[in-house]
Structures are given as C-alpha cells and as structure tokens.
Design a protein around this ligand. Structure first.
Ligand code: NAD
Ligand code: UDP
Ligand code: UDP
Length: 325
C-alpha cells in the first residue's frame, strides 16, 4: 500500500457546520489540513456561510438532521448542531430538545462505533439565571425546567449528561465546552440576538431596543477567539473532558453595549425600552481559569475591535440587500 494512503488525513465531522460558529470552525479545520465533513439541516445555517468552501477538495457537505442516525467514518466530531438564538430555538421547541438530546445520542453512538473524539458545544445557558457570579464550572446552575427557554437549556444539560455517561459507560474521549455569548460576522441579521440587533438598528438610525432596564450583563467573545478555544480543547489529552467555560470574561451591561455600538457607527439612534423577556438572565460572566490552565487559552480580541469587524460585515450585507427590513 502506498505511504500516502497509510498516512491518511484526519477526517472531522462538524454538525451544524453551516451555522455561524460552525462555518468558521470548518474554515479553520480546512486551513489546518483536515478533511472536513459538514452536516447541517439548514434550519438556521445557510449555504452563503460555507460558500467559500463549497469547491474545496477536502470539504464535503451533507444535508442531514442529527436527530436521525448518521453512518460515516470520522476521527473527530464537533457537535454544534442546534439553533442558538431564542427566536429560533423557541420556534419549534420540541425539535430543539430533540436536536440536543437525540442529536447527542446519535453523535455519541457514531463516536462509539468509530472511536472518534467528540466535542459538545454546550452553553452558559446551562447555568440558567445564576446566583453565583462569575460562573465557574463547578456551579450546577439555576434553570427553569418548564419555561420558554427550557427546551434549549434543559436539552443542552441533558446532552452534557449523555456525554459524561458515554464516557463512564463506554470510555469515550469526550470534550464539553460551555460557550458564552459569541458574536461576529455571519451572525444572522434576523435572529434577534443583541449584538446583531443593535448594529443593524444603529446602521439604520432606528431606535435601539433595550429589553428591561438595560442593566443586565453579558460577556461577549469574538468568534475567532471562540473557534481557537474549541480547537484547543479538542487537542487536549484524553483525560481533559471539561466541562470548560469558553468566553470573554469582560462584562458589559446592555446599555454599555448600546453606547459602544452607537459610538462606533456614528449613529443618531435613540434608546427605546421594551419589556424584558421571561427568564432572561440578569448577569453572565465566565470564570475562565480552567481554560487558561488546561488550554493555555484566553480571548485576544477586545469588544471594540470585534464590533468594528462585525459592523463592517453588516454594513456590507445591508449594501447587498441581505438584511430584511
Ligand atoms: P447557528 O444557529 O448559527 O448554528 C447552528 C447550526 O445547526 C445551523 O447551521 C443549523 O442549521 C444547524 N442545525 C440546527 N438543528 C439541526 C439539526 N437537527 N440537524 C442538523 N443541523 C442542525 O448557531 P451558532 O451560534 O453557530 O451555534 C452553534 C452551537 O454553539 C450551538 O450548538 C449553540 O447552542 C452553541 N452556542 C452558541 C453560542 C453563541 O453565542 N453563538 C453560545 C453558546 C452555545
Ligand atoms: N448511531 C449512529 N451512527 C453510528 C452508530 C450509532 O447514528 O455510526 C446511532 C444509532 O442510531 C443509535 C445511537 O447512535 O441509536 C446510539 O448508539 P449506541 O451504540 O450507543 O446505542 P444502541 O445502538 O445500542 O442503541
Ligand atoms: N437584548 C436587548 N435588546 C435586543 C436583544 C436582546 O436588550 O434587541 C437583551 C436580552 O434581553 C438579553 C441580552 O440582550 O438580556 C442578550 O440577549 P441575546 O439574545 O443576544 O443572548 P442571551 O440572552 O441568549 O444571552
């Protein structure tokens, strides 16, 4: 057999690979020389997100819903499939829970059969509306099990449970990343997330919609930093399973975010107050000591710099007519 065949390139499956984070992850993995298999049902992902990769020799696209079994041969799996914004995950909440739970079972079954390493894109939402601040991985969270956000939060919690049970029962090499709010180019213009909403409103000189009093906090991580954290986590030795918080520990109120966006865009937008959605967490900031220690990772892009790049993306998208009215 030729040496070329023996030294086979690693084949990586990215579920949700046509989404916001998934598409950046696929690009990064291609650049590192992997064969990339992107599986997506295009619920919130788009072909535009992966357009730059479609002709690439080492990139393969599969239209697939992870709630159904998938039989492919892979060495690593990044399980990102799941709508992430409240508008999208509440659109069909039963499907959201199925995606997290059945999706995790299928991808873990695939990992078990192929011996692949598998990484779960979990979320800071598993902490719910936290009484501990900042959030450390040891904190068990405060999640409403029956509210409108529960399909996402509890689905993701159950997925974590499945990952750790497959580890205990079948010795799978698992990695669980708890991702905190991430932003950047390719966020969907209509998914209602705060960064995209504020930027689009500011670029149109329309009122900036502040939910509640605007004193609630979030900590925003730029997408490239996040992808770097995910790849580093996958590369850790088998004994490192996580869960590991990945996010930017610099915390802002929504009012501060609105001011930053207005300033960067030179907008004449005014603030408009709207009711706070049910179960909206009051504060959220990751403690990233574990990521620093185990992955040697911390975010490098400050909010202002990341916002400049994101504003440029949305400005261009609006010029192309890609933002619905
Ligand atoms: P996204 O909505 O842009 O991407 C999700 C992708 O999954 C989309 O391409 C969508 O079409 C696909 N998908 C949804 N259901 C599917 C199914 N049943 N089968 C196959 N594909 C399916 O969201 P994102 O921001 O890129 O998030 C990616 C992952 O990271 C998600 O699992 C999300 O929960 C997690 N996460 C994201 C953030 C964030 O701030 N962006 C924060 C915490 C966790
Ligand atoms: N599965 C899959 N691809 C595979 C192997 C399994 O999608 O390559 C799915 C399969 O449909 C099963 C699930 O993963 O329902 C869990 O697999 P596991 O082997 O853990 O459970 P079992 O098949 O014993 O129910
Ligand atoms: N938010 C806001 N105005 C908007 C959209 C969101 O004030 O137009 C608030 C929202 O209530 C929440 C925060 O911004 O407190 C972050 O919302 P997002 O949906 O982006 O993320 P998540 O709540 O899932 O962390």
């Amino acid at each position: 057999m030729a040496k070329r065949q023996l030294l086979r390139r690693k084949r990586v499956l990215v579920t949700g690979g046509a989404g916001f984070l998934g598409s950046f992850l696929c690009e990064r993995l291609l650049a590192e020389g992997y064969d990339v298999l992107c599986a997506d049902n295009f619920f919130t992902g788009t072909r535009d997100n992966i357009a730059s990769m479609l002709g690439h020799q080492r990139f393969e696209l599969l239209r697939h819903d992870v709630t159904f079994p998938l039989y492919v041969e892979v060495d690593e799996i990044y399980n990102l499939a799941c709508p992430a914004s409240p508008i999208h995950y509440q659109h069909d909440p039963v499907q959201t829970t199925k995606t997290s739970v059945h999706g995790a079972i299928n991808m873990l079954g695939l990992a078990k059969r192929t011996g692949a390493r598998i990484l779960q894109a979990s979320t800071s939402e598993i902490y719910g509306d936290p009484e501990v601040h900042p959030q450390r991985e040891e904190y068990w969270g405060r999640v409403n099990p029956i509210g409108p956000r529960s399909c996402y939060d509890e689905g993701k919690r159950c997925a974590e449970t499945l990952f750790f049970d497959y580890r205990r029962q079948h010795r799978l090499p698992i990695k669980v990343a708890r991702i905190f709010n991430t932003y950047g180019p390719r966020m969907q213009p209509d998914d209602g997330r705060v960064v995209s909403n504020f930027i689009i409103q500011a670029l149109r000189d329309e009122p900036i919609t502040i939910y509640g009093d605007g004193q609630q906090t979030r900590s925003f991580c730029y997408v490239e930093d996040m992808i770097d954290g995910l790849v580093r986590l996958m590369e850790t030795p088998d004994e490192v399973t996580g869960p590991v918080n990945l996010g930017n520990p610099v915390e802002f109120t929504m009012l501060e975010l609105a001011e930053a966006v207005i300033e960067l865009t030179g907008s004449s937008s005014k603030l408009e107050y709207r009711p706070l959605p049910q179960d909206d967490p009051r504060q959220r900031r990751p403690d990233i000591s574990l990521a620093r220690q185990e992955l040697g990772w911390q975010p490098e892009v400050p909010l202002k710099d990341g916002l400049v790049r994101t504003v440029a993306y949305f400005r261009n998208l609006m010029k192309l007519g890609g933002v619905p009215a």
